[in-house]
Ligand binder design. Structure first.
Ligand code: SF4
Length: 299
């Protein structure tokens, strides 16, 4: 396939997929909200979950975003070095953002720093944000679309702990962040935690943790145990849906980590709200694709 034709096809698909992600929650998030709603016995919590459900149905029926804040659009790209259109992707994703903003439509959320002007296009300096992982021997490409809303970005924090603070220090940091600011992010939250050397490596991993399914576990047994302990502990705080009290504060806690410097523990928290709009699409080299995040989705 010629590069120009491929770029057109990719732009077409990514425009539609970006708009789709703004209007439909991923399958795992929908299932988790249903599960948490069934577990509640407080009338107010049940009403809030019902309104979330009704909101989702209305968004699909009216073909409108499921929350007015569709966030700053971010693409996390995991691309094979042999994917034939790797050089086209940056332009494709920028154009897809412009077109999805007009066609979906999506609210304008890109304000240029220092000039303090909304660009009106959801594009701007380094926006849409693109994060790249290159996979050496692959000719496929996986793209996560994420809509980073204001409320759900607000609790984000990172810090480098002294080594002696240990995993207890990580635990305390997460609790401090969620109990201080979590309520701003429209709970129940998906809490992404990065544990690494420095603030930027931990922060990147904490965001990547938000792309794992809400009920998934870290493959390392101790990390999985920590996820479960944090989830149970945060749920005991009883923040509940929209912070109005209830059995669950969180949809889940996902930890991602790297090897780190022996003298530091970098820790970061990123949060996803109940309307956790992320989507994953995977392209083969012939540009056939599969939507992984939304079962049965058709563009
Ligand atoms: S936190 Fe999420 S649900 Fe709440 S306003 Fe922001 S994007 Fe919407």
């Amino acid at each position: 396939m010629e590069k120009q034709e491929a770029a057109q096809r990719l732009t077409e698909v990514m425009t539609k997929f970006t708009g789709y992600v703004g209007k439909h929650l991923p399958t795992d998030v929908q299932a988790k909200l249903k599960e948490l709603s069934a577990r509640e016995d407080k009338p107010l919590a049940k009403v809030v979950y019902q309104s979330m459900h009704d909101n989702q149905e209305a968004a699909a029926r009216l073909n409108r975003p499921s929350c007015q804040d569709i966030g700053v659009i971010q693409y996390f790209i995991t691309c094979g070095a042999k994917f034939p259109f790797i050089g086209e992707l940056e332009g494709v994703l920028r154009e897809a953002t412009l077109r999805a903003t007009r066609e979906a439509p999506l609210r304008h959320n890109a304000v240029e720093t220092f000039t303090e002007k909304n660009t009106g296009t959801n594009t701007g300096s380094r926006i849409p944000w693109m994060d790249w992982d290159i996979v050496p021997d692959s000719d496929e490409c996986s793209i996560d679309v994420y809509m980073a809303g204001g409320g759900c970005s607000l609790p984000g924090a990172a810090k480098v702990l002294m080594p002696g603070q240990g995993y207890e220090g990580v635990n305390q940091f997460v609790f401090d962040v969620i109990t201080s600011y979590g309520i701003n992010a429209c709970p129940p939250l998906l809490v992404g935690i990065g544990v690494s050397t420095s603030v930027e490596t931990a922060a990147r991993l904490s965001k990547k943790a938000l792309f794992r399914e809400v009920s998934s576990s870290n493959p390392h047994p101790d990390a999985a145990k920590m996820e479960k302990l944090l989830e149970d502990g945060l749920n005991k705080v009883g923040i509940g849906p929209q912070g109005l009290g209830g059995k669950a504060s969180v949809m889940g806690v996902n930890i991602e980590s790297s090897a780190r410097h022996p003298s530091t523990i970098g820790v970061a928290v990123s949060t996803g709200c109940w309307a956790h709009r992320r989507g994953n699409i995977r392209f083969k080299s012939d540009l056939s694709y599969e939507i992984i995040s939304h079962k049965g989705a058709a563009l």
